[in-house]
Design a protein around this ligand. Structure first.
Ligand code: SF4
Ligand code: SF4
Length: 410
């Protein structure tokens, strides 16, 4: 019980994230998700005092402050939420020391940006966690937004000048990937089963230690080709409305090793996906909202974050730290087009062609130039918002919709 007539060292927990933007402060306990938001000038004055460099997260509050109900109630609330702790100054006359967490995540990023020495190549290899290969450009289907889906999420697609990836180029990419930390290889293109060297590719992939994910549209399902890839994870895109052929495929395939990716543009699409899941007993499913340019209301209603969504999501300290340094949506992935051009993200400019630059140098180039891996929320309005690093990192939806923030906060 806090006695208003005594004085205390008040200590902020080192699990609490504090931010103060434009006279509104947020104290967010990353261990239990409890928080305080305040615009009260006296609260903010205590918090700012506590966060002075020399104060190290500790401030002394005595009778003069505690007899003020505003401060007293604030203190009690923060103690109840494990945001502050307090000790009696008579019992502990010496100012306690609170070790505040230091942002040290991904020192590699800083090291690489300093361009300092030969070990850089090895460190760069550690940064690559997954790769997307676009094999070809051939597909007889005419999906309405072909070439646009894959700018919002991983999806097959035709490109204007694309062709088929040369098999020697493909082998060279796979061999270079061996020298990295890559865990997962995603294989797509247009209709991948039309790739001329498909059978050779299927055999070649067995020699690598990566997890291999294969992506294709439901209407391109080809039982003979799929059987060659039985060791790998299959990802099938489903669009609405389904064709009679799509229904036949769904009736006849074994669904165990397949992840079904539903492309959702409306509430009606979502309702249809639920019906299909039930009808065909599908268990591995992912939903991808797709922005057509005309369904902003659907996006606003179903995907935009509200203040409550953010505060209820229990964001961990390491996530907040990561969000200050890098973009976990993009970080560690490179996209290899069939002509050899390499991108860090389908919406970014190409880094270079892998025929002209070795893989480790491409990774290094992305680390230095940051076409997307380290894109954080440092643009307005996010840079003026207390949720800047609590919010999920920027995604390709922001680019598609043309707004830096997909929320109802600003
Ligand atoms: S299946 Fe994929 S590649 Fe073929 S038209 Fe549709 S989006 Fe394009
Ligand atoms: S303005 Fe940006 S940081 Fe703030 S809630 Fe919206 S998206 Fe998140």
């Amino acid at each position: 019980m806090i006695d208003k007539n005594r004085s205390y060292w008040v200590i902020i927990s080192n699990k609490v994230y504090y931010t103060n933007k434009n006279g509104r402060a947020l104290l967010y306990n990353t261990e239990n998700g409890q928080y305080i938001i305040t615009s009260n000038k006296m609260h903010i004055s205590v918090l700012e005092d506590m966060h002075r460099k020399q104060a190290l997260g500790v401030v002394k509050l005595g009778e003069q402050e505690l007899l003020n109900n505003d401060i007293y109630n604030f203190l009690c609330d923060a103690v109840n939420k494990d945001i502050f702790k307090y000790v009696d100054t008579e019992q502990y006359p010496t100012r306690p020391i609170q070790l505040m967490p230091i942002l040290s995540l991904h020192k590699e990023v800083e090291k690489l940006t300093k361009r300092d020495g030969r070990l850089l190549g090895l460190n760069a290899g550690k940064q690559l966690l997954s790769a997307v290969l676009y094999l070809n450009n051939e597909c007889v289907l005419q999906c309405e937004y072909c070439g646009v889906y894959n700018r919002q999420f991983l999806h097959c697609g035709k490109t204007e000048n694309g062709g088929e990836m040369d098999f020697d180029l493909l082998k060279s990419i796979l061999n270079q990937l061996r020298s990295t930390q890559i865990q997962t290889l995603h294989i797509t293109g247009a209709n991948i089963f039309k790739y001329g060297k498909f059978e050779r590719l299927a055999n070649l992939l067995k020699e690598y230690r990566f997890n291999v994910n294969i992506y294709f549209h439901l209407s391109n399902y080809n039982i003979k080709s799929v059987s060659l890839l039985k060791d790998f994870k299959h990802n099938i895109f489903i669009h609405f409305p389904l064709s009679p052929l799509d229904n036949d495929v769904l009736k006849n395939i074994a669904v165990d090793n397949i992840i079904f990716h539903f492309v959702i543009t409306s509430d009606n699409d979502y309702a249809q996906s639920q019906q299909i899941i039930e009808q065909y007993n599908l268990s591995n499913t992912v939903f991808h909202p797709f922005f057509t340019g005309e369904n902003i209301i659907f996006f606003e209603e179903n995907t935009f974050l509200s203040e409550n969504d953010i505060l209820e999501s229990e964001v961990k300290q390491k996530t907040i730290f990561a969000n200050q340094k890098l973009n976990s949506n993009f970080y560690g992935t490179l996209h290899f087009c069939s002509d050899g051009n390499v991108f860090s993200n389908p919406n970014a400019e190409p880094l270079e062609n892998i025929k002209n630059m070795p893989l480790l140098d491409l990774i290094y180039k992305e680390m230095i130039e940051n076409t997307s891996w380290r894109k954080i929320r440092n643009e307005k309005p996010c840079s003026d918002c207390n949720y800047q690093y609590l919010c999920p990192p920027v995604s390709n939806y922001e680019t598609a919709i043309g707004r830096p923030n997909l929320c109802t906060v600003f």
